[in-house]
Design a protein around this ligand. Sequence first.
Ligand SMILES: *Cc1c(COP(=O)(O)O)cnc(C)c1O
Length: 349
Amino acid sequence: MIPHSRPTLDAQDEAAMLSVIRSGHIAQGKEVTCLEDELARFIGVKHAVAVSSGTAALHLGLLALGIGSGDEVIIPTFVCTALLNAIRYVGGTPVLADIGEADFNIDPQDVKRKCSAKTRAIIVPHMFGLPADIDHLVSIGVPMIEDCAHALGSTYRGRKVGSFGRLAIFSFYATKMVTTGEGGMVATDDDLLAARVRNLRDYDEKPDDRVRFNYKLTDIQAALGRSQLGKIDSFIHRRREIAARYTGYLSSLCASVPHVPEGRTHVYFRYCISCRDVEASLTFTARMGITCRRPVFRPLHHYVGQRDNPVADKIWRDTLSIPIYPTLRENEVSRICSALDRLHRNGWI
Ligand SMILES: *Cc1c(COP(=O)(O)O)cnc(C)c1O
């Protein structure tokens, strides 16, 4: 069975973790500091603060911005529930916006419509590795948190995503662009915001008894993260190579392919295709030994019962995510292309 997703781990990753274990210092320490410095340099921001997950990064990012009870935070409906949870942790009110049909990213026009006097932030995930319409979103004038969980390494007008928002968050979950098993990061140019996140992520030896968290990353995880981050360019290169195979094949079938707008680069965290019968295609490809998925389990407005978001509903109904990751072998890519051919003959793509 070809899995939908798989981490990319090698002997160098093992050796990096082993050397931390042998050193006897395994909790947050100098490996974490080095990973923070390396990520900050990679993105091109002043500060990066490591935490235990992308969700923890969102939580502390919202607290650092002073968001709490009664404050509205706009997020796209077509994303995982981590965003909804983080807003609820701080007592905020999530307001859902629809997405664009061409890039699956939050729709700036709909964000404008959903702004109110209580809007305090927008969280902007760069979905599936393609940057959102950042200029347009920034021009709205509401503080932006970039969610780069899918998009480590992608660029917008020549600059890495994660350097445009007041804050940016990253996830190092097992199947993200780079992994520490579980882990995350907050990146920012703002000294005060960085200091607040740093202060909140751990509880020990503080001058007061404010509520704080234990959201630390370990040095074992950070060593893995450093080893992984060192390979990000080759990971992206391989993802783009596979994407080019799929795009070439789909184009030869006259099927639709992902569109990359001018001025943005895609890192292909996911490769999504338009599909007339997702349920049938999931069953059909599973029988061929290939695990495909819906790229988002369920739009958030299905959970919270907010007004319909027609584009997200259509994309959810009609979009299939096919395997793409650096360890996908050439023969597996060929098998997936054969499956695409069969889906095409069935009239589904
Ligand atoms: C994975 C993910 C998160 C949450 O990260 P965790 O490390 O799993 O907590 C947040 N936003 C997006 C877009 C994600 O894909």
